[in-house]
Structure formats: structure tokens, C-alpha cells
Design a protein around this ligand. Sequence first.
Ligand SMILES: *Cc1c(COP(=O)(O)O)cnc(C)c1O
Length: 486
Amino acid sequence: MKFYRSTRGGAAVGAPEAILAGIAPDGGLYTPEEFPAIDLNALSGASALAISSEILYQLLGDFSREEMETIVRQGYAGKFATEELTPLLQVGNQYVLELFHGPTSAFKDVALSILPRLLSASREKMGVREEIVILTATSGDTGKAALEGFRDVPGTRIAVFYPHGGVSDVQYRQMATQEGANVRVCAVRGNFDDAQTGVKRIFADDRKNHWAAAKKAVLSSANSINLGRLAPQVAYYFKAYLDLVRRGAIAMGETINFAVPTGNFGDILAGEFARRMGLPVEKLICASNRNNVLTDFIRTGIYDRRRAFYKTASPSMDILVSSNLERYLYLAGGGDAALVSNLMQALESEGVYRAPESLMQEMRAHFLAGSADDAAAFRAIAEVWEKEGYLLDPHTAVAWSVAQACGDNGKKTVVLSTASPYKFSRDVLTALGAPAEDGFQAMDALFARTGIPIPRNLADLRALPILHRDVVEKDRMLSYVKEAVL
Ligand SMILES: *Cc1c(COP(=O)(O)O)cnc(C)c1O
């Protein structure tokens, strides 16, 4: 059994309990007490699925190798466009790790394909009888990835709420055409904040009135603070490294850099987990868009959320509070839960904290940071397309641009690519200097211009029947859940 502790203190729990709970009772995030050492030589030659199940087996404990192999196989089988799951490509003088070949063409699929199976297996291990009901508010992307992940997973049900008229054509069709016997999709008359507030109120109401238990259900969420969403992301760092060794691009043991387009600090934290499990990492490059709160933090040690919020062309990185940074503070601070509690309290009450210099020195030993605004990202998209014939999405372009700006430290760099350019066709077209068009027209225009195939799941959307037409007022979400979901 491996142990996980809340970043804010308290008793250690096993992985199944941590995954079922999501967030710890004290508001902290479950973090490993120690990391297993991975034998890289034993993994060389292993398939992507085998690497994934071995890393999850070693990191989580409590599940047998066989159980983990089944979870991984069932989670990914038939859902990813390639058996490689996350292919590595050489592009110019860098490498690009494509994480977007899952059912929704964004990197969240890698984790959200596995989380539902981990939840379901954890439920059985803990002897929980109730059905797990996932409630998620989405501004567009996470909702679809969660729907795909949870559809028809035994012991689970999912309802996704999105702002009525507030998502793109493509995002609307992605959700409204969702199949699966255990899914509900509902538009809310309001904006994303209304939908999110509505979901929070539902959780709070159930904590007080316990109506879910009466219907043999427990409410849960699929957001990125769940250990079960973080753990599956560790595997692709190992896979990318082993791919480079296999190609003779690096020698076994040589260190490399990873450049990561960062929002909530989940993806890059998985890279830190990999480093702590023995992966030879030189630097983790934390790339932000114009919302550069993390860049400032890594440079100054001051985390200050009291600043303007910008809407950018990389919306999944438009975040001012990177929740998974809390886990890093805990690890880099040597497991000092009192310190983390104090910093998090300061962030909540004053909107700012300063981390101790010793912690920042540890962080700077392993991280570089930089930010790229939309103009810089668009320049990267145009340049890489013209020079290399490779098309970056706006999130990946931020990481590419920051990696270039960090300069050459004599090590190979892998840029993590988090979305298909076709998810952001309009902005990618703009970057290429073409007239902006919307929705499916933009997709067609981008294809006409580049000849790069449109991912099947996006191309097929137009022909799929609309299956979900529910719309509720924002103050009717609770009764919708009670009547239509449970
Ligand atoms: C969520 C997301 C990110 C940011 O990942 P974090 O784990 O939140 O740092 C980057 N790019 C895309 C396309 C995403 O969907």
C-alpha cells in the first residue's frame, strides 16, 4: 500500500480513498508521501499501454498489475487514433509530444479516459455501494472529455452543464451529440460562472440535506485536483524519453527538457512526479500565456492573483489560480503542511503570498518559466508552419515560443502539444494570415490551406444526430439533478 497525504496535514490514506474523495476533508490535495523508483531499462521496448499501466501500478499501489493493465486497456482501447497513444515527432530542432489523439482531440483525454475506471475500481475496493454521479460545469472542453471518459463506465453516471449559447459551434455539437446510457448534457441559461456556481450549490445542498445518499448515489467531480487525473499523465513523460533513447537521439541516462503549456499546473506537475520517479529531467519549462502569474512566481517567489484576467487564444490556460501548484509547494517544501496551509490561507484572504527562498531555490533548480502573448504564439504558428510544415495549436505555440526564448542549454527539448490545431481552427487561420471564419467553415478552410487531415471525431460531428436538448434556468439546476439525473 502506498500512502497519500493532504498538502494541509492530516492522516495518510491509500490511493483508492484519495481518488474517491477527490479533495481532502481539510481542503488540501492528496500527494504521494514518497515516489517509487522506476527502472528505465526494464521499460525500454515496452508499448505505450504497458508503460502507462506500469507507471500507474508503481505510483498508486493498492491495485495489482493485472487490475491496472485492465483499467488502462479498457480506458484507451479503441478511443485513441494510434496505439502509440502519444506519438513523438521531430519538428525542426525540437521534439513535439502529441497528446491530442484521444476522442476529443485535447490532452485532457489522456487522463479522463482513465479516471472513470480508477474511480470505479476504487469504489469496489472501498466497498462503496452507491453509484458515483459526476457533476461538471464546463466552458466547453473539459465537459466533452469527461463525457467521453465516463460514458458507459459501470457504477458511474455523469451530468455536464454548459452556458446556453456560450460555447463554440464545434463544442456545442461535441456535447449535444454525446452517446452513452449514463450521460446527461444540459444547457444553463447563464454564463459559465453561473453554471459553476450552480454545481457548487448542488454539492453544498447535498452535504446539508443528504438527498443523493437516499437515492444510493454519491456526488463527485472530475476536475484536475483529483489524484486519478494527475497520475495517468506521468506515463507520457516516460514514453517520450524512451522514444528518444530508442531513436538514438539521446543516450540512456542523459537529461532532457520538457516545455509544458501550463494553466492549472497539472500537466507540468506530472513531469515533476516523473522526475521524482527517476526520469532524467534537466528542466521543466513552465510556459504561460498573457496570464503569467506563474512566470512571475517562479522569478520572484511572490504569487499574486490580484491582477487583470485576460481572455486569450489559448483559453485552457486562462487561469489565475493554478490549483495544482499547492502540491508542488508541499513537495518542494519537504512536506511542510503548516507552511502550505498558511500560504493557501493568505492566497484566499489577501490574494497573494510569498514562498520561502529555500523553496524557490529548489524550484528554480528544476524549472524555467516564461510567457508568450497571442502575438508571439501566432508568430510561432506561422513560422513553424512555413519552415517545418507542422501546424501548432495556440496552446502548444505558447510552449514552443517560450522554449525558444529560454535558449539552448545543450539538452534536447520536448514540447508537449495539448490540442489539435483543428480545435482552434479560427485562431490558427488568423495566425496563418487567412481571413477568420467560424466553426466548421474555419475547419474546412484550414484543411484547404494546409492539407493536414481533420481528426475523425471533429470531422464526423456535422453528421451526428443531436441527442441532448435540455435547457434549464440557472436557479433550476438543483431540481434538474434531483429529477433528471438521479
Ligand atoms: C487544460 C489544458 C492545458 C493546461 O493544462 P494544466 O494541466 O491545466 O496546466 C493546456 N492546453 C490545453 C489544450 C488544455 O486543455
